[in-house]
Design a protein around this ligand. Sequence first.
Ligand SMILES: [Zn+2]
Length: 261
Amino acid sequence: MTFKPIPLNPKKSRNLWVYIVITLLILGVVGLFAYRYFFSSGSRRWLDFSAFKQDRDDYAEILLLPGMRCGDAPFAFPTTGAIFGLWSQSYRPGHIHAGLDIFSGTEPGVTPIYAAYPGFLTRKADWISTVIIRHPNDPLEPSRQIWTYYTHMADDQGEESFISSEFPPGTNEVYVEAGQFIGYQGNYSGNPDNPTGLHLHFSVVKDDGNGSFLNELEIKNTYDPSPYLNLAVNHNDNPESFPICQDEITFENWDLVVEHE
Ligand SMILES: [Zn+2]
């Protein structure tokens, strides 16, 4: 018996090459989009995240502090941390972030949070980790009412709330000064099986026109916090770098609560 090589059909062989080239092209385009997504929308900022958590002191230039006011910003900064997640940033396909994610790099229940602006604080009866403050006169547009929203102030399981005991569940319209202690940063996401990284989520929420606030999860119901803080916190304007004050920094004379070790 002799071995006879099967001749390669030249037509089939050409088709195979066409398939290979098309497949490589598709993979290339998908890969390019994935790369751009990670480094553009997802942002390079996240690349610093584990190092920041390891040693916050190495990142003094991006660390913002409570009571810090950038230039003539109406709001002073509400907590200690770096803003890794900006307004209008996408964390995953189909998601657009409606607030700021400020990471302290500490532990849950350690880093204090203060009211950024005076107003009337409400904590609904079923809110474990959240408060909202009504500001009857928007400092940028006094004819309108706005709200500031603070969340994740509980442990991962939602068993221990880190909100100040001055604001128990069911608190309604209690006046707070700027700089008043609200609670500590936590990592409760609303789902004990999937806690968030430790941070404060802070957003500026639109009024519904009937004395209540709109759903703060949707970006269209929120305002770009940039002019309120005088920081570049709109991801579209600042896709890669950390928001740091480009103006004169002053500090409010707030009665600060000590961050425990
Ligand atoms: Zn957030």
